[in-house]
Design a protein around this ligand. Structure first.
Ligand code: AMP
Length: 248
C-alpha cells in the first residue's frame, strides 16, 4: 500500500502515536549507521517516507471499538482518545441526535427509539455507520463509540471492514458498577435520561450488547472506568499496546 498523502494525515499524527515515531527513528538510525557524532547526514525525505510507512502500520492498529454500559464515560474517553490517537471519533448516538436535530427522515424514524432507550433497528444503524466509515478521514483508523451494540451489527461491521481488506484491532471495554453509571446518568440531564429510560437502557445493554464481549474475546481489552477522567484515559492508553503485541 502507498504511504498516505501528507494532507490525509491528521496534524497531530506526528505527535501521536509517539512510539511509532520513535521506532521509525530508531530503525532509521539502525539502517544508517548508529548514533552520535559520526552519524551520517539525515536524508529528510527518506526519514519522512519511513515515518509515513510506519504511520500506515500504526494506523492499522487503530481500528477500535469502545464498549460499555450507558453512563460508563465512553463518550468522554472516546473524545480524548480520538484526539490522542489521531483517528476520528464516531458515535452512533451523536449521529442519531444530529439526524433528529436536522429533522432528516432517518432522524424522524430514530427519534422514538432514542426517547424510550430502545435500540434503533440494526439495518438503519448499520447503513448510517457504513456511510460514515466511507468518509476519507476513517481510512486509516477510527474509534467507534456505541457501535456495534448487537451481534448482527458486529457481523455487519466485520463485513464492511473485510470488504476493504481490514478488520478491528481492538475492543476496549469500560467497566463500572451499575449504581455508579446510573448515578452519573441521573446527573447528566440529557432529555433521554429519566430514571425509567436509564434503567431500561442498562437492561438493553445487558441483554443485547454484553454478549458482544464474548464475541470479541480475542481482541478485548478491559479498562476500569471508575475514577478521574485522566486516570481512565491513562489506563486505556496503557492497555492499547497489548493489542499491538497480540497482532504481532
Ligand atoms: P448513546 O449516545 O450511545 O447512549 O445512544 C443514544 C441512543 O441512540 C440509544 O439509546 C439508542 O436508541 C440509539 N443508538 C445509539 N447507538 C446505537 C446502535 N449501535 N444501535 C441501535 N441504537 C443505537
Amino acid at each position: 500500500m502507498d504511504p498516505p498523502a501528507l494532507r490525509d494525515i491528521p496534524q497531530n499524527a506526528f505527535v501521536t502515536p509517539l512510539t511509532c515515531v520513535q521506532r521509525a527513528s530508531r530503525r532509521w538510525m539502525a539502517a544508517h549507521g548508529g548514533s552520535g557524532d559520526d552519524r551520517p547526514g539525515i536524508d529528510v525525505n527518506r526519514f519522512l517516507n519511513l515515518l509515513l510507512n510506519r504511520r500506515e502500520r500504526c494506523a492499522a492498529l487503530m481500528r477500535l471499538v469502545l464498549i460499555g454500559p450507558p453512563g460508563v464515560g465512553k463518550g468522554t474517553q472516546a473524545a480524548v482518545l480520538s484526539e490522542r490517537l489521531g483517528v476520528p471519533h464516531i458515535s452512533t448516538g451523536d449521529l442519531f441526535r444530529e439526524h433528529v436535530a436536522r429533522r432528516t427522515p432517518l432522524g424522524r424514524d430514530a427519534q422514538r427509539y432514542l426517547d424510550t432507550g430502545e435500540l434503533v433497528p440494526d439495518h438503519v444503524t448499520a447503513g448510517m455507520v457504513r456511510d460514515r466509515l466511507a468518509h476519507p478521514d476513517a481510512r486509516h483508523g477510527f474509534l467507534l463509540d456505541g457501535f456495534p451494540r448487537t451481534l448482527p451489527q458486529a457481523r455487519e461491521l466485520a463485513a464492511v471492514l473485510g470488504a476493504a481488506g481490514s478488520a478491528l484491532d481492538a475492543v476496549l471495554e469500560f467497566t463500572a458498577p451499575e449504581e455508579v453509571v446510573v448515578a452519573r446518568l441521573l446527573g447528566r440531564g440529557r432529555p433521554d435520561d429519566t430514571e425509567d429510560v436509564i434503567r431500561h437502557r442498562q437492561r438493553v445493554y445487558r441483554q443485547q450488547t454484553a454478549p458482544l464481549l464474548a464475541h470479541y474475546s480475542a481482541i478485548l481489552l478491559t479498562v476500569d472506568a471508575v475514577g478521574p477522567v485522566e486516570d481512565i484515559t491513562a489506563r486505556a492508553l496503557a492497555v492499547l499496546p497489548d493489542a499491538e503485541r497480540r497482532a504481532g
